[in-house]
Design a binder for this molecule. Structure first.
Ligand code: HEC
Ligand code: HEC
Length: 213
């Protein structure tokens, strides 16, 4: 009884190992993480309670959240062009990887061919079950924090989300959460997703005011 099961398990194991090994071959020539960026922490939302003007407080909260939003870990998947970006210097993805029609890669080079459902440490390849690019209307690369702020509030450019859904996405989405657990030698985004979520909630509660573009 156990035998066919074991064989399936073995086949699954071999195929799970094979791709990252191939990826490993690529990496030898392709890995350059770029200059290290300064590690910092995230101020808690309560640190802004002394600001009495709600609009001013809202902007200050969003600016603090911007340390996460404008981090390479996020921007690399929200590029303005046709290719994902890599590293702290946000260089174009190696191996000529492109977004493709569905943001999941070209027919020949699907994201999930190399990226698995979780980070693969032996080869330093990032992973998540839904690893793919943010659609072009959600591009953040090259935009000011104020521009990104207006864009994420705009249902035409944020995937039809309400402000509440955007806040929940920031606070709870696991693809966003990857930023705090990026694997390899990548610099994580600052703070914790919970603290980031609190900043976004407080920002929404104070009128979701954007910094000037
Ligand atoms: C692996 C690629 C990937 C990474 C890394 C990533 N995103 Fe995204 N992001 C996406 C995709 C794909 C979507 C669209 C699908 C969706 O809404 O879930 C998206 C959508 C969003 C949205 C909603 C739409 C909008 O307004 O842009 C927000 C907010 C967001 N991401 C925030 C973040 C933040 C903050 C980080 C970094 C901590 C991050 N993302 C990192 C792929 C990524
Ligand atoms: C041929 C294999 C391969 C394919 C296909 C591939 N990737 Fe990658 N990707 C890698 C490897 C290897 C790394 C790690 C390299 C490094 O960190 O220097 C990587 C790293 C990344 C990073 C960098 C994370 C960071 O913040 O530094 C992003 C973003 C990314 N890939 C997105 C994608 C997306 C989106 C797709 C599909 C459109 C995709 N990749 C398709 C192999 C691939």
């Amino acid at each position: 009884m156990g035998y066919p099961h074991m064989r399936m398990g073995l086949i699954a194991m071999i195929s799970a190992l094979a791709c990252p090994l191939l990826v490993g071959l690529f990496i030898v020539s392709a890995s350059h993480a770029g200059a290290p960026i300064e590690a910092r922490t995230l101020k808690p939302a309560a640190a802004f309670n002394s600001i009495s003007d709600p609009a001013e407080k809202s902007v200050a909260l969003f600016r603090e959240a911007g340390a996460v939003i404008q981090h390479p870990r996020c921007i690399n998947c929200h590029p303005a062009g046709n290719r994902p970006l890599q590293g702290n210097d946000m260089h174009p993805h190696a191996q000529l990887v492109v977004r493709g029609e569905d943001n999941l890669g070209s027919t020949a080079m699907r994201c999930m061919t190399c990226h698995r459902d979780k980070n693969f440490e032996p080869a330093g390849v990032s992973g998540h079950p839904l690893w793919h690019l943010a659609p072009i209307e959600m591009a953040w690369e090259g935009k000011s924090l104020g521009e990104i702020c207006e864009q994420i509030k705009d249902p035409k450019r944020n995937g039809g989300k309400t402000l509440e859904q955007i806040v929940t996405h920031m606070a709870e989405d696991t693809l966003v959460g990857w930023g705090w657990n990026p694997g390899g030698n990548r610099t994580p985004v600052p703070g914790t997703q919970a603290a980031f979520g609190e900043l976004m909630k407080a920002w929404a509660a104070t009128g979701a005011v954007c910094p000037p573009a």
